[in-house]
Design a binder for this molecule. Structure first.
Ligand SMILES: Cc1ncc(COP(=O)(O)O)c(C=O)c1O
Length: 402
């Protein structure tokens, strides 16, 4: 039982994004709590057998079982959908649960998927190894080459999948151009928007059909819980996603959904701060002797700088660079850092650094890594909320130790 909020859905729709992230989607209980409630419950009771029947038929709105939905998860989903401009959102247990559900819910044996080669390692596993086991063929293309997307499409192509910027090389894919290819093929474009975050890039507005998130990253923003989300149209939910999620059960825990819901309140502030520091650090480090390559989407020397300005509202919170001297030099650099910690995670309040060739992309052959542009001296930095001068001091001191 929840009470209607003073702010009607029409009021919320008229609010600016930052305000929606604080007030959107609230299901306030009759106790009138200020902060959103954490509903730790597996099930729900009904007033009568007739009500239970009506609920299962879909005639009585309300909750049935937390594997299906939960009020705290519903608040997180509504708030995220408002931010993204999506008709609906569904939360999942992790980002990979979101990716896997968005793909499997709509694919069947005989279908074909085209995906950009530069993908997060687990997404590559799902596309390259898991889908073919169930008779779904996959073609990997250079995501930056629109003619490669066009050439890869076949009559049985059902899904196009990409992430932009990519992990860890911060390469961009022109989402609007791929969306055109997808529409012409009658396929569904799924975009993993983790690196850009919903603050900086809106794939649905660029023509994507489905957006997926690892909420684990910037949406939590303080390195606590795992969660994911799929954002789509009501039709996609009804035709594909809803039944798949309900029956296979990659549900988000209510506690994790609550953390993510509260994370959305501060997302704009955190992204603004981390992004501003990331841009500053990219410029400061680019001038250092041992940095042989600096990759940051909003820098003028990024090969897709114009696309970045067109497609994204900012350069993002990640910076990737190459340290002269390959793996040994990169390791010496990482080991000398004190404020910035070594971790393969990203989107945390704490700045985190990783060596992709030996961690996130270790399972690929050296040739496959080279094809993805991942060198042995490459380092990926996720910029947190510390003072940018402390981060600069730490990074410059560690470079000197190399
Ligand atoms: C681009 C990208 N997609 C998906 C995922 C998977 O997210 P999760 O770890 O929440 O399953 C990650 C994170 O590790 C990621 O970086």
């Amino acid at each position: 039982m929840t009470t209607p909020d003073k702010l009607t859905p029409a009021d919320i729709a008229a609010l600016r994004p930052d305000t929606r992230l604080v007030h959107g989607g609230i299901l306030r209980s009759p106790f009138g709590e200020t902060s959103e409630t954490l509903y730790l419950t597996q099930g729900y009771v009904y007033d009568s057998a007739e009500q239970a029947e009506a609920r299962f038929k879909g005639d009585d709105p309300g909750f049935i079982y937390t594997r299906y939905s939960n009020p705290t998860a519903a608040m997180f989903e509504a708030r995220l959908a408002l931010l993204e401009g999506a008709e609906v959102a569904r939360a999942t247990a992790s980002g990979m649960a979101a990716v896997t559900a968005a793909l499997l819910c709509q694919l069947k044996a005989g279908d074909h998927v085209v995906a950009a080669r530069a993908l997060f390692g687990s997404c590559r596993y799902v596309i390259e190894e898991l889908l073919p086991r169930f008779g779904v063929a996959a073609t990997l293309v250079d995501g930056t080459d629109i003619s490669a997307w066009k050439a890869a499409v076949r009559p049985e192509t059902k899904v196009l999948f990409l992430e932009s910027p990519t992990n860890p090389t911060l390469e961009l894919v022109d989402i609007a151009a791929v969306a055109q290819v997808s529409k012409a093929a009658g396929a569904c474009l799924v975009v993993d928007n983790v690196f850009a975050t919903p603050m900086l890039q809106s794939p649905l507005a660029l023509g994507a059909d489905v957006v997926v998130y690892s909420a684990t990253k910037h949406i939590d923003g303080q390195g606590r819980c795992l969660a994911g989300a799929v954002l789509c149209s009501q039709k996609f939910l009804d035709d594909h996603l809803q039944t798949f999620l309900r029956q296979t059960g990659p549900s988000v825990s209510p506690f994790n959904a609550w953390v993510m819901l509260k994370g959305l309140e501060t997302l704009p502030l955190r992204i603004e701060r981390s992004q501003s520091s990331a841009a500053t650090l990219a410029d400061r480090l680019a001038g250092q002797a041992l940095i042989t390559k600096m990759i940051y989407p909003y820098r003028a020397d990024h090969p897709q700088h114009e696309l970045a300005r067109r497609q994204m509202k900012g350069g993002g919170t990640l910076v990737t660079f190459e340290v002269e001297g390959g793996k040994a030099a990169a390791f010496r650099f990482l080991n000398a850092l004190k404020v910035v910690r070594i971790s393969n995670n990203l989107g945390d309040a704490k700045s985190l650094v990783t060596h992709p060739a030996t961690t996130t992309h270790q399972r690929f052959s050296p040739e496959a890594r080279a094809e993805m542009g991942i060198s042995d001296g490459m380092v990926r930095l996720s910029v947190g909320l510390e003072h940018v001068d402390d981060l600069t001091d730490d990074l410059v001191r560690a470079l000197a130790a190399v």
